[in-house]
Design a protein around this ligand. Structure first.
Ligand code: UDP
Ligand code: MG
Length: 311
């Protein structure tokens, strides 16, 4: 059984094309399959389109509807939790992840791989700035943490039941990065290259502000290094102090040098202090969130599956 997991947020224009294209490739395989659409609180006509698809293909379409928008990570997590396949394939609804690769993914999984990361060779839609900053970001995070994140890996990946069980049970953080976990749970893994197509319809939901938030969360998720910033800053100021003592002694305790110096040093020190406090604040806010242990998502409806009666 193959489960395709698709997060949907305001994708009314592209959904039908996604369904047709995916079904075309899935139907060629002899395996049974299900397409799990996770409607992440869409405010457009996505839910109507999903109901139509459900009506049209009861055998294969399943729809999980959230009570509101919880974000892409939450949508993928709900798919992970409910999908019942032996092979789970995560995809975006905008056809940027080519369904034509499904047969190859399934073939590799049947060869015995447990985890397949799909690696983007070219992203035409992302601009130059986005490409440069994302490259720098991945270098930074790989440097800072003891895990390895593939820079060009995407939210297009496949896992088998074994890997899915681990992710379902043991990776329940509320500040989450599924793609990162997938690459670091081990098992037999491989990659497949693909060329990201431009979005079929609609536009990207990731603004620069969201990307910044996302980068911060990822660093906090995977690295403790920023927390040690305080120690280094402290050692650095201590060293500075010692140098200043030596300098003062050598100038024989002469008149203290300029007001400007004092102000500059003061500003510099305070800046360092506040950055460190800010970093600690970020971690505390994550700890606070985890402690509250609020649900990652809230489901209002599940259709097209045996779970239907439960809700
Ligand atoms: N998405 C979602 N919830 C959100 C934002 C996006 O489920 O709050 C879905 C969206 O429908 C799409 C996928 O996540 O299927 C990737 O989003 P998008 O294409 O906007 O991101 P990009 O490809 O530009 O990185
Ligand atoms: Mg996209």
């Amino acid at each position: 059984m193959i489960s395709i997991i698709v997060s949907v947020y305001n994708e009314e224009q592209g959904l039908r094309a996604f369904y047709t294209e995916t079904t075309k490739w899935l139907a060629q395989l002899s395996e049974p399959y299900g397409i799990w659409f996770v409607n992440d609180g869409s405010t457009d006509k996505s839910s109507e389109v999903l109901s139509e698809l459900l009506e049209q293909d009861r055998e294969h379409v399943r729809v999980i509807t959230f009570s509101r928008n919880f974000g892409h990570e939450a949508a993928m997590t709900a798919g992970l939790d409910y999908a019942d396949g032996d092979i789970l394939i995560f995809m975006d609804a905008d056809l940027q992840h080519p369904p034509a690769l499904i047969p190859e993914i399934v073939m590799k999984m049947q060869e015995g791989y447990d985890v397949i990361s799909m690696v983007r060779t070219r992203n035409e839609t992302a601009g130059l700035i986005k490409n440069i900053t994302s490259g720098a970001f991945y270098r930074l995070i790989n440097h800072m943490s003891d895990i390895h994140l593939e820079p060009a890996a995407s939210d297009f990946f496949a896992i088998d039941r074994k890997a899915a069980m681990v992710l379902r049970k043991n990776y329940r953080e509320t500040v989450r990065f599924l793609r990162g976990y997938v690459q670091n749970i081990g098992f037999r893994k491989t990659t497949i290259d693909y060329e990201a197509a431009p979005r079929t319809a609609g536009e990207s939901h990731y603004s620069l502000r969201k990307l910044w938030r996302f980068s911060m969360d990822t660093i906090i998720c995977f690295s403790n290094l920023p927390l040690k910033l305080g120690i280094y800053a402290g050692l650095f100021s201590a060293l500075l102090g010692v140098l200043l003592i030596i300098y003062t002694l050598f100038t024989r305790g002469g008149a203290p040098s300029g007001y400007a110096t004092i102000i500059i040093v003061l500003c510099f020190m305070f800046a360092m202090l506040f950055v460190v406090v800010g970093v600690i604040g970020e971690y505390i806010s994550v700890i606070f969130n985890e402690l509250k242990d609020r649900p990652i998502y809230i489901i209002s409806d599940i259709e097209g599956t045996a779970h239907e009666e439960e809700t």
